[in-house]
Design a protein around this ligand. Structure first.
Ligand code: SF4
Ligand code: SF4
Length: 325
């Protein structure tokens, strides 16, 4: 199976498979053998990790990402309040200094519901497609979506309560998200109504921030409570069709997180912080198929693994531009 097909099938919910020996490059095979023998280096990494745990260095990239996310969402509010036409509308459909923009999933729902394509919607969809193709698909999730920010805070609470053994994570089958995507597309087609928009926390929060709170915020609060007390990051991991749509765009994006086997000592710090740890299956000892591996389409380019990795084995790459960050 080609890396693109593997990335897409895993995005749709297939679990990553351990590679057969003939799927691993000779250089990677050699490295897998060497790393198991390098006890001194493994011990050094353990000491480094204990030191990190004691001092808890700040996640620099996470802070920058939160700042960008808050700024983008505030720009909608400021444009509305001051009527300055910089970023008009809400995340589902907007105009940035006059250019039409449309969230790809919302645009699809509108086309299916109303069964025709208006020119502004087409312009907005193409503009947004190119933008998120360049920036990496699910980058929308971690750098723009307001629900992502709230659910990261809910996740902190979940992790804290889990450590105290008060709550336990209940994972679901990731294929559920693909079924949700199909169900909402069919519902739009059959009912002529964009059903998903009424329950999408992304749209609800964006509209609430700009036009004022509404009753739909109760639904968002219930989702967050579910994530704190029952299933870590449940909506973004197992349900949201927007994440799946942007994931497909990200599969062919030139902007990726890249894994470098040469530096890795398989401590799995990255997998502990990742929203979608299945994309980091390649960091498990013996799993990398080559000396460098592009992380799959479900990756949100949040950069938490880049910050967490003590050996700099995960870096942002823009194809053709080398190391970006
Ligand atoms: S998966 Fe959906 S709710 Fe979660 S961050 Fe992405 S768009 Fe937002
Ligand atoms: S692989 Fe890294 S950048 Fe991608 S979602 Fe996971 S933690 Fe974020």
């Amino acid at each position: 199976m080609s890396p693109l097909m593997r990335s897409l099938t895993e995005l749709l919910g297939r679990d990553p498979k351990k590679p057969q020996a003939d799927e691993i490059s000779p250089a990677a095979q050699q490295k897998h053998i060497e790393v198991r023998k390098d006890k001194t280096r493994i011990e050094k990494i353990r000491v480094e990790l204990a030191e990190r745990a004691a001092h808890k260095p700040p996640e620099k990239l996470r802070r920058k990402r939160w700042a960008v996310l808050i700024l983008v969402n505030l720009l909608f509010l400021v444009s509305y309040l001051l009527d300055i036409q910089i970023l008009e509308g809400a995340l589902t459909a907007s105009r940035f200094v006059g250019f039409h923009m449309a969230d790809l999933n919302s645009a699809l729902q509108v086309v299916l519901a109303f069964k025709h394509v208006v020119i502004n919607l087409l312009i907005g969809t193409v503009t947004v497609f190119i933008m998120w193709w360049l920036l990496g698909g699910r980058t929308f999730c971690s750098w723009v979506c307001p629900y992502h920010l709230l659910s990261e805070w809910a996740e902190m609470l979940h992790v804290y309560l889990a450590k105290k053994k008060i709550v336990k994570d209940h994972p679901f089958d990731r294929r559920v998200r693909t079924w949700f995507w199909i169900i909402f597309a069919v519902l739009a087609l059959v009912t002529g109504y964009t059903v998903f928009e009424t329950i999408s926390p992304t749209g609800i929060l964006s509209r609430a921030l700009i036009y004022g709170p509404g009753i739909a915020l109760i639904w968002v609060a219930l989702l967050l409570l579910f994530e704190i007390f029952y299933s870590r990051r449940a909506w973004c991991r197992y349900a949201c069709p927007i994440g799946l749509t942007y994931g497909v765009v990200g599969a062919i994006s030139p902007f990726k997180v890249q894994y470098n086997l040469a530096n890795c000592f398989h401590e799995a710090e990255c997998r502990k912080v990742c929203l979608v740890p299945h994309v980091l299956d390649t960091v498990i000892m013996g799993r990398a198929r080559g000396m460098t591996v592009d992380i799959g389409a479900d990756c949100t380019r949040c950069g938490r693994c880049v910050d967490a990795c003590p050996t700099s084995s995960l870096t942002f790459k823009f194809k053709g531009l080398g190391n970006l960050l």
